[in-house]
Each structure stands twice: as structure tokens, then as C-alpha cells.
Design a protein around this ligand. Structure first.
Ligand SMILES: [Zn+2]
Ligand SMILES: [Zn+2]
Length: 266
């Protein structure tokens, strides 16, 4: 069974892909399940993109598609929240209000900036940038308890400028281990996101060392996601990532329905 539990659509401010196009691609790739996780990044400071989400309209569209594709592919209703420490209560109330199947918590901002933008890296050592990112990640996990699975934990790795040292888990073990321990002790899962391959890395996000460490510390809840903003990336590199998960010691992946994990053998 292959399940893509991180896909965007036209409901996300940074995506033009119609939901139907994403579903058609999932069918072509013979995926068994597809969970849309469009963006809600409250208080996102950049004005060139709007990361608010028209949640009622979004969920209605998904309900319609669930009916249309019944018997062909399982479609789930998710959301990707851009976490910030002051948004814990706001997101908790938001998640109680809407009937999501699945909620991803992600860190897209550190020190008020998104590492996606080159300006973030200007005039700073990349080591300090990464340290700040993982400190903020830990802070976000502590402050926001409403998500099911933590998204692309080493997201920042996608955007390290060329010429800077490569990211290595071993340089940030204390901070990353604390994040993993906190996720495990609060019953949260970890996402493996193939957007890393798409960004030209040799690994998904997070990298295999972090996946292995999560397993070693007792973590068992893993979801697989492509982070596709274009149809051609739905289910991207899934054969590769399923093999990698087995190598890292996992025997099951999780799918979520009504916020509850169901475990499927790899
Ligand atoms: Zn994200
Ligand atoms: Zn995403």
C-alpha cells in the first residue's frame, strides 16, 4: 500500500494545481490513498504569498471528491499548519473546529524569516542559521500540541546556499534529539517527505540519520508525503523512500483517519 499524506492544491497560496489533477496523478501512480494537506500559515510575514486557507470551502471540495472517487482511491482531509510559538491556542481551537483526518505541524519560519528566501542567509554563518532553525523547531513543538505528525523536520536543508557546508545530523544531535524525544513522549509522528529529493538532495526530509534516530528512540509513527505542488510530483520517489524506511528499521507506515493512526505494513 502506498499513501501520499502530504499534497497541496490550488487552495494553498503557493500552488496552482487543481485537486482533480493531483488525484488523477495519484491514480496513474497506483497510490492507494491521498491526503490533501493545504497550507495554513497564520501570521506569515511575507506579502508575496497568501497562506490563509478558506477552510470551509476546502473541506467541502474534498467531501465532494471523496464521493466522486469512492472505490478508486481513498481521499483524506488534512492540513499543514505553519507553527509559531504564540499560535498554540489558535491552532488548537482551529483543529477542534474542523473535522480533519490529519494535521501536519511544520516549521517554515525561523527568527521571523523563511529560509526558502535567499535573504535569510545573507550575512550569517549557515551553522548559526541551522541552529536557530532547530531551536525554533523545538520551541514550536513545545508550544503547539495540536498536530499529528511533524513535517519535513530538516526543511532548512533544502535551502542551504551552495558553497556552504552540507547539513549533517551529527552537528545538531542535541537539539534534534530533544525534538524527537518530545514528539515520541507526546505521541506524535514524524513525516518522511520526498520533497528533499525534488530539491536536489540525496535524501528525503528528514535525512536517514534522523529517521534512524527516531526509530532508535522508540518512534513508530511515520507517514510518507511528497509535498507535491505540481501533479508530476504526487507520489514522487515513493519506491525509494519505502525501501529507505525498511533500511531504517521501520516495518509499518501510518495513515490517519479522523485524527487516528492506522498502521499498514511496508
Ligand atoms: Zn511545509
Ligand atoms: Zn507542504
Amino acid at each position: 500500500m502506498q499513501a501520499d499524506f502530504h499534497v497541496h492544491s490550488v487552495f494553498s497560496g503557493d500552488c496552482d494545481a487543481p485537486m482533480e489533477a493531483q488525484i488523477q496523478r495519484a491514480l496513474r501512480n497506483r497510490l492507494d490513498a491521498l491526503c490533501f494537506t493545504d497550507h495554513l500559515d497564520a501570521d506569515y510575514p511575507y506579502t508575496d504569498v497568501d497562506f490563509t486557507l478558506d477552510t470551509s470551502k476546502y473541506l467541502n471540495a474534498l467531501s465532494g471528491l471523496q464521493k466522486t472517487y469512492e472505490g478508486h482511491i481513498r481521499i483524506y482531509r488534512g492540513v499543514e499548519l505553519g507553527l509559531l510559538p504564540h499560535l498554540g491556542n489558535y491552532y488548537r481551537e482551529y483543529c477542534e473546529k474542523y473535522p480533519f483526518d490529519f494535521v501536519i505541524g511544520s516549521t517554515h519560519l525561523t527568527q521571523g524569516q523563511d529560509p526558502y528566501y535567499p535573504a535569510f542567509w545573507e550575512n550569517r554563518a549557515s551553522r548559526a542559521c541551522l541552529e536557530a532553525f532547530f531551536k525554533d523547531t523545538l520551541e514550536n513543538i513545545r508550544a503547539c500540541g495540536c498536530f499529528d505528525v511533524y513535517g519535513h523536520l530538516d526543511y532548512i536543508n533544502r535551502y542551504i546556499p551552495s558553497g556552504e557546508p552540507e547539513f549533517s545530523y551529527s552537528d545538531y544531535t542535541d537539539l534534534i534529539d530533544e525534538c524527537l524525544r518530545l514528539l515520541i513522549s507526546t505521541g506524535k509522528g514524524l513525516e518522511v517527505n520526498t520533497g528533499g529529493y525534488k530539491a536536489g538532495l540525496l535524501s528525503p526530509n528528514p535525512c536517514p540519520d534522523i529517521l534512524r534516530r527516531y526509530r532508535e528512540l522508540g518512534g513508530e509513527i511515520i507517514t510518507t508525503g511528497s509535498d507535491a505542488h505540481f501533479a508530476e510530483y504526487v507520489g514522487y520517489c515513493f519506491d525509494r523512500v519505502y525501501g529507505l524506511l525498511e533500511e531504517c528499521g521501520f516495518r509499518y507506515v501510518a495513515v490517519f483517519e479522523g485524527r487516528k493512526a492506522e498502521f499498514v505494513r511496508l
